[in-house]
Design a protein around this ligand. Sequence first.
Ligand SMILES: [Zn+2]
Length: 103
Amino acid sequence: MNPRDQPGLAVTFQDCDWKETADPAKVVFFSFNCQRNPGRRHYTLPIAGRVVWKRDGQNQNDGTAQWDWDGNMQAPTVTPSIHCKGCCHGYITRGAWDDRGAG
Ligand SMILES: [Zn+2]
């Protein structure tokens, strides 16, 4: 089933060829279903240390926002928070979305 048709967060991981991958060592991006706007999916968020781009939390200084990942594919934790302007702001912790405490 397409992850965007699955209920819940449905976090998936991709390698650099954009394939969904089962090898955590090759993971470069993650994607998840938006929990604020149903039907929307946030795609290809870069994982820090797996991409060559300069890390830039706000996408304002010549780089890209990136997230640290704990390596868990089933119940992932990524940091810092994910802020999609005009859409949602929250944390993915142990495979669950939490927007408490996110402005
Ligand atoms: Zn969203």
